[in-house]
Design a protein around this ligand. Structure first.
Ligand SMILES: Cc1ncc(COP(=O)(O)O)c(C=O)c1O
Length: 365
């Protein structure tokens, strides 16, 4: 019955089977392990002959509920939830690639993803080429015989570059590569990368999915065979999410649809208003006609998202004056909260990068 419902309704109605208490809302299963009544039952669980829970590093009812909802929203076959968004990005790459493989990655990905693929991947003998989001020819030219995966983010954090998912899906299919998309900024409510050929979709659930700045979490959903490999990697390396965080995030998904609608309406109004401001050099928002990839954004996203980027005339000093003058907005780096925030990426989240790297990642100093 659930399968016939809209994904947004499934995100409300998918629920761990009721216990004998007949609770309406899912209880918390704060337990490290699960018990068995017979030795053969336990043996069968360890032999993967059934889906019984064994240990919460492997699976847990609260985690399963959260993952099932994410699969319904993204249109995915299977998924695995992780402790943070970075654990999801890390596991989706390290769980599948091996020494001698090559990864093609968009250069303007989130700062920690940039560090992961440029600093840590090579330590394990995995080569990575960075390509500019807007230079389509560069992507195909960078593909090598040992390329295994394309990793991209759209819209990118914080530059809001939009990558054409249909094009990326076709490129991956043509070269038989795994297409791995970080869909954190759009959420499955605005954009569904699997529809365009993505094999894996990652999220930092810490952001819009939690939506209230409470817990960290991440999730990978997609092709069942790939997710199985990632699950086995995580089961043995341990980046699993806590049941408590999964419980919070599963409850959060019940309201994601309405929250995203309001975030997008508000952000659009802010972007349109700021566009007329004389003290700004530019304003960037995916659904403003002035956005360089406006047409792609309109095609693949149902709304522009909750982030607006702009540059204040007069350099860093005027930027600091702006931040120091904020009255209602919080000066913090965690986006996707109910409370609006403002931050200056170049001097905060991206300050550890060299000037050259910063230009590649955010194209802003
Ligand atoms: C696009 C993107 N991916 C991944 C992450 C990492 O998520 P987390 O902080 O939950 O590890 C972030 C965090 O801001 C992000 O914006």
């Amino acid at each position: 019955m659930l399968k016939n419902l809209q994904p947004q309704t499934q995100a409300i109605r998918i629920q761990t089977p009721r216990t004998w208490q007949m609770e309406h809302s899912t209880p918390l299963f704060l337990t490290s392990s699960f018990t068995f009544e017979e030795a053969d039952e336990m043996r069968a669980a360890f032999a993967d002959e059934n889906d019984d829970n064994i240990y919460s590093r492997f699976s847990n009812p609260n985690v399963d509920e959260f993952v099932q909802k994410m699969c319904a929203l993204e249109g995915a076959e299977a998924g695995f939830a992780t402790a943070t968004g970075m654990a999801a990005v890390f596991s989706s790459i390290f769980g599948l690639l091996k020494q001698g493989d090559h990864l093609l990655c968009c250069s303007s990905v989130f700062r920690s993803t940039f560090t992961l693929v440029t600093k840590y991947l090579p330590r394990f003998g995995i080569d990575c080429s960075l390509v500019s989001a807007s230079d389509k020819n560069a992507w195909e030219n960078a593909i090598k015989p040992n390329t295994k995966m394309i990793f991209l983010e759209t819209p990118t954090n914080p530059q809001l570059e939009i990558i054409d998912l249909e094009w990326a899906g076709e490129l991956a299919a043509k070269h038989k590569l795994i297409l791995n998309v970080d869909n954190c900024f759009a959420t499955p409510l605005l954009q569904k990368p699997i529809k365009y050929g993505a094999h894996l979709v990652d999220h930092s659930a810490t952001k819009w999915i939690d939506g209230q700045g409470r817990v960290l979490g991440g999730v990978i959903v997609g092709n069942a065979d790939l997710v199985k490999e990632i699950y086995l990697f995580c089961r043995n390396t341990g980046p699993s999410i806590s049941p408590f965080n999964a419980w919070i995030l599963s409850k959060s998904l019940e309201t994601l649809d309405v929250r995203m609608q309001r975030h997008c309406e508000n952000a659009m109004k802010v972007a349109e208003t700021l566009q007329m401001h004389k003290k700004l050099s530019w304003v960037k928002y995916p659904f403003l006609e002035t956005h360089p990839q406006y047409k792609i954004a309109k095609r693949q996203m149902s709304a522009g998202g909750g982030i607006v980027c702009f540059e204040i005339k007069g350099g860093l000093e005027n930027g600091k004056t702006f931040l120091n003058s904020l009255q209602l907005l919080s000066m913090t780096a965690n986006l996707g909260d109910t409370r609006s925030i403002a931050s200056h990426p170049a001097s905060t989240t991206h300050s550890r990068l060299s000037e050259e790297e910063r230009l590649a990642v955010i194209n802003i100093l």
